[in-house]
Design a protein around this ligand. Structure first.
Ligand SMILES: C[S@@+](CC[C@H](N)C(=O)[O-])C[C@H]1O[C@@H](n2cnc3c(N)ncnc32)[C@H](O)[C@@H]1O
Length: 185
């Protein structure tokens, strides 16, 4: 049976970029395997299960909390013992401020990292999905930081680690267009 991928929504609002990333996660793990907690928003009903309670109130069993500040790295063998994987639905700070530890520190379960670089949350889900299916972290290829050119002068920097596919970073579909629109292009 597939494990459940749980995102604790921690942003003050359901921003459009959250929806874009959550949709991407659903494409990776499937609607039945994706639960977004701590939100009353109905915007995800087509592609994820949602829950108004926060993960701390749900008392998850056999949980692995993905935290860059954890001391152990998740491996395929290790991953087999968990029924669910819990992620922070937050835009990362640059430099990282250990928000996952702060926000999910009291959730019962074991903590694991995915290396010492901060990934976007949808990338972190994708990486755990691959680990659950037998791939080691060291077998994956990454790019740290994406620079999106907009117009002739401006650029947007995404200071996170992304998985590479055919030498190109995997970005949530629609994210680049959304960010460019926000900048007025
Ligand atoms: C954009 S990251 C935010 C990380 C946050 N700045 C911090 O320092 O804890 C969003 C979520 O993706 C997961 N994540 C990202 N990179 C990770 C890593 N290297 N190891 C474990 N989890 C990671 C965590 O669940 C994290 O809460």
């Amino acid at each position: 049976m597939n494990p459940l991928f749980i995102i604790e929504h921690l942003e003050p609002k359901m921003w459009p970029w959250c929806i874009i990333e959550y949709k991407h996660m659903s494409k990776i793990v499937g609607k039945q395997n994706l639960l977004i907690t701590n939100t009353k928003s109905k915007l995800m009903t087509g592609f994820a299960k949602t829950e108004a309670k926060s993960i701390g109130q749900l008392n998850p069993k056999n949980a692995c909390i993905l935290d860059p500040a954890a001391t152990k790295t998740l491996t395929p063998t290790d991953a087999k013992q968990f029924d669910c994987f819990i992620f922070g639905g937050i835009l990362g700070d640059d430099p990282p401020q250990e928000r996952t530890k702060e926000e999910l520190g009291s959730v019962p379960g074991e903590r694991r990292n995915l290396g010492n670089k901060q990934m976007s949350t949808d990338t972190a889900i994708h990486v755990v999905w691959k680990i659950v299916h037998g791939m080691m972290l060291k077998e994956m290829q990454f790019q740290d930081t994406i620079t999106l050119k907009i117009g002739n002068q401006e650029e947007i920097i995404l200071p996170y680690r992304y998985l590479l596919k055919n030498n190109k970073p995997i970005l949530a579909p629609g994210l680049e267009m959304y960010l460019k629109k926000m900048k007025g292009f």
